[in-house]
Design a protein around this ligand. Sequence first.
Ligand code: ADP
Length: 227
Amino acid sequence: MVFFNHVTKQYDNGIVALDDVNFFVDKGEFVFIVGSSGAGKSTITKLILCEEHPTGGSILINGINLSELRHREMPCYRRQLGMVFQDFRLLPNKSVFDNIAFAMHVRSATAKEIRRGVPNVLAMVGLSAKAKARPNQLSGGEQQRVALARAMVNNPPVLIADEPTGNLDPTTAEGIMNILEDINKRGTTVITVTHAQDHVNRMKKRVIEIDYGKIVRDEIGGYSNEC
Ligand code: ADP
């Protein structure tokens, strides 16, 4: 569950990136967040990750009020979130298997759990055959699938994908969007920030559109009907 309750974010330079933003994403939903560059989309993900803090209003994630979160509780909180970024952010000197194992290691998984967990998520993203490859031996789409596997290996209740198809061609991007949909069907709440209008229109999910820091649309369906 993700709840933005009258959230405002003004940066130190005076720019109001979010202005009284209200939305509620229920457990198990799939939501796109769209809007032009500078609209405030990344600010939403930064607030969810606690990399930035709101200047007004409150944010609740899975019942946790982020303003009450203590510094020492942060690692535990962040483990509830799977994150995928446009630039994949894989460790270049580690194999696909080890990139994913690392995420399990960080939360003190046992060797047995890792031996079982990594192949499971690699199968989910269709990359079982690439476990030993290094990221630079993979295509962009494959790298993003590894990033998705890594994000999901600890079974987070919420997955945030920030422009996950930004560096990919349309066909590869469709494959990534389909995996996000599969992940959602298994029960994970998925929030995808994207410019990929074609995919948003095709998938007919809930779309929250931001413009100049305000929500201008929140409904099931495609991208903006205008223009
Ligand atoms: P989007 O992700 O939709 O492109 P952002 O959330 O990155 O939009 O930015 C929203 C607004 O906030 C923009 O005007 C941007 O210049 C400003 N902004 C973003 N990050 C910062 C920051 N760290 N300091 C000051 N202004 C920022």
